[in-house]
Design a protein around this ligand. Structure first.
Ligand code: NAI
Length: 325
C-alpha cells in the first residue's frame, strides 16, 4: 500500500496555504474537483468566465498581506475599487467606503492558481473515509485507492469533514461550526444598476434585503469584459430554497433584480453552494484549527471567521503544527 508522510484533503485556499509551507516530498494533496481554488471559483459561459464563489477578499493580517503582495506583483491578483451600495428598507442606496478589496485577475480562481504553482495536486480524487490504522491513518478514496499517512490535515467544509472522519469524535465540532448554503445566480444585464438618485453601482452588500446578500457587476472588476452580474442570495433565503430547481432560482432572482433596478435581465445559471460560509462567523477555533487526535488536524475558513484570509491563515497554522510535531 502507498504511504505518505502528510495527507492534505482539499486544494482550496486552506489546503494550498498549508502545502506551501511543507516540502513537496513529504505530502500529497487530494482534491475532489478538477482543479485548485475551492470556493474561489469561476465558471465559463459564452466563452467568458464569471466569478461564482467568493466575489472579493480583504486583507488584515500581515502574513496574508505578504502572499497577496506577491500575487499582485505576479499579476494574479489586483485591487478592485467598486462604487459600493447597500440596501436600506429593501431599496438600493450608495454606501461608499475606503476598504481595500482584492480580486483574482482575470478571475477569482487566479489566486488559487497562484498559490498552487509549485504544488502537485491529485485532482478528481475524492477521499471517502479516514480510519485509524495503528499509529497511522488509512485513507480510502471513492476510486478504491487506499493509502496510509503519518499525519492528516482535512480542509474540506465541515459537513464533508464530519462524514470523512466518522471513525473519530468530531460530531460536536460539526454542530458547533455549522455552515450555511448560498444560491448564486449569474445574469446578463445591458444597463447599469442605478439607485433612485441615479448613482450607478458596481457592487452592493445585502443590508436589510431578504434575498440579496451581495451583488457584483463583473466588468467593474479589472480584466472582465462580460455584461454579467453575480447575485449571492442570503443564507436564510438559500436555506429556504435549498432543494429548489436551479431554473426556478434563476427566475426568482431575475425577477427580483429586474424589479429592484428596473433593468432587463437574462439569467444564465444558478449554482448551489451547499456549504458556503459559517453560520456564525464569530465562533472560531483557536488559530482557526482543531486537533482531532494526535497527528490529525482539521482547518478551514469555517473555523477562522469565514473570510478568504481566515482560510489562508488557518492553513498556515496547520502547517506549523504539522512541522512541529
Ligand atoms: P468587507 O470587510 O468588505 O465587509 C464586511 C461586512 O461589512 C460586509 O459583509 C458588509 O455587511 C459590511 N460592509 C462593508 N463595507 C460596506 C459598505 N460599503 N456598505 C455596507 N456594508 C458594508 O468584507 P469581508 O469581511 O472581507 O468579507 C467578504 C465578503 O464575502 C463579505 O461580504 C461576506 O459576507 C462575504 N462572504 C460570502 C460568502 C458566501 O458564500 N456568499 C462566504 C463568505 C463570505
Amino acid at each position: 500500500m502507498k504511504h505518505t508522510e502528510v495527507a492534505i484533503i482539499g486544494a482550496g485556499v486552506t489546503g494550498l496555504a498549508a502545502a506551501s509551507r511543507l516540502s513537496p516530498r513529504n505530502y500529497r494533496i487530494f482534491e475532489k474537483s478538477r482543479g485548485p481554488g475551492g470556493r474561489l471559483a469561476s465558471k465559463r459561459m459564452d466563452a467568458v468566465r464569471a466569478d461564482i464563489g467568493a466575489q472579493f477578499f480583504t486583507v488584515r493580517d500581515h502574513r496574508f498581506q505578504v502572499a497577496v503582495d506577491s500575487a499582485v506583483a505576479a499579476g494574479f491578483v489586483t485591487q478592485w475599487q467598486p462604487n459600493m451600495g447597500t440596501f436600506r428598507d429593501h431599496q438600493p442606496i450608495a454606501s461608499p467606503d475606503h476598504q481595500a478589496r482584492f480580486v483574482g485577475h482575470p478571475y477569482m480562481n487566479s489566486l488559487g492558481r497562484f498559490l498552487s504553482q509549485d504544488i502537485e495536486i491529485q485532482a478528481e480524487s475524492r477521499v471517502q473515509t479516514i480510519e485509524p490504522d495503528g499509529d497511522l491513518f488509512r485513507l480510502i478514496l471513492t476510486s478504491q485507492e487506499t493509502l496510509t499517512a503519518d499525519c492528516v490535515l482535512v480542509t474540506a467544509p465541515v459537513d464533508q469533514m464530519v462524514a470523512m472522519l466518522q471513525h473519530f469524535d468530531v460530531e460536536q465540532l460539526g454542530s458547533r461550526f455549522a455552515m450555511d448554503p448560498t444560491w448564486t445566480t449569474v445574469l446578463s444585464v445591458e444597463e447599469p444598476l442605478r439607485g433612485s438618485a441615479g448613482e450607478s453601482f458596481d457592487a452592493l452588500f445585502g443590508g436589510d434585503h431578504p434575498l440579496f446578500d451581495f451583488i457584483a457587476v463583473e466588468n467593474s472588476k479589472p480584466g472582465r469584459q462580460s455584461n454579467f452580474i453575480v447575485v449571492h442570495a442570503t443564507p436564510e433565503w438559500s436555506t429556504q430554497h435549498l432543494e429548489s430547481d436551479p431554473a426556478e432560482i434563476s427566475e426568482l432572482i431575475r425577477e427580483a433584480l429586474s424589479e429592484t433596478f428596473q433593468v432587463t435581465t437574462k439569467a444564465k445559471l444558478s449554482h448551489r453552494w451547499r456549504y458556503a460560509r459559517p453560520t456564525n462567523p464569530k465562533f472560531t477555533a483557536q488559530k482557526g484549527i482543531y486537533q482531532v487526535s494526535p497527528n490529525l488536524w482539521v482547518a478551514g475558513d469555517y473555523l477562522a471567521g469565514g473570510r478568504v484570509e481566515g482560510a489562508y491563515l488557518s492553513g498556515l497554522e496547520a502547517a506549523e503544527r504539522i512541522l512541529a510535531r
